[in-house]
Write a protein that binds this ligand. Structure first.
Ligand SMILES: [Cu+2]
Length: 157
């Protein structure tokens, strides 16, 4: 009986983790000397309960890791930190150029294509999920995002 209960609990824990999945993760390659970078991915919540992304940690390559979004003010796209990102039940939230992204601040080294690094995502319900983020060169497909972005007033892309 005790063994059966233990197995049922393990099953529940495995289910909670599997409800959140992260796909298509990549970081933008950075030019030499750049101090900031960005990570993009798709967050999927296959569960029946909402969850929230609370924080991220890429300390292998960045001094600070922040959750960011873009807003347009007076026709100018600006980005700013957000305290959390809601992930409704059954939904997919896209982290994409021009929208939500993970901001890598105080980069410890240049991110070059073919490189990869660990990223920890901390969720309210699902807990910590670690993934490996490959570095990719910016493609022409994403070029529309490449106009002036302000960060605290300082353009940095
Ligand atoms: Cu940002």
């Amino acid at each position: 009986m005790r063994l059966l209960l233990g197995m049922a609990l393990l099953g529940l824990l495995a289910t909670a983790q599997a409800e959140i999945s992260i796909t298509d993760a990549y970081a933008r390659a950075t030019p030499p000397g750049a101090t900031v970078g960005a990570v993009y991915f798709e967050l999927h919540n296959a569960g029946a309960e909402p969850d929230r992304l609370l924080s991220a940690d890429a300390s292998a390559v960045a001094g600070r890791t922040e959750l960011h979004t873009h807003t347009v003010e007076n026709g100018v796209a600006r980005m700013h930190e957000v305290p959390a990102v809601d992930l409704p039940a059954g939904e997919t939230v896209l982290f994409r150029p021009g929208g939500f992204h993970i901001m890598l601040m105080e980069l410890k080294r240049q991110l070059t294509e073919g490189d990869s690094f660990p990223l920890m995502l901390r969720f309210e319900r699902a807990g910590e999920i670690e993934l490996t983020v490959p570095v990719k060169k910016l493609t022409l497909l994403h070029h529309h995002d490449h106009h002036q972005h302000g960060h605290g007033g300082q353009p940095h892309h």
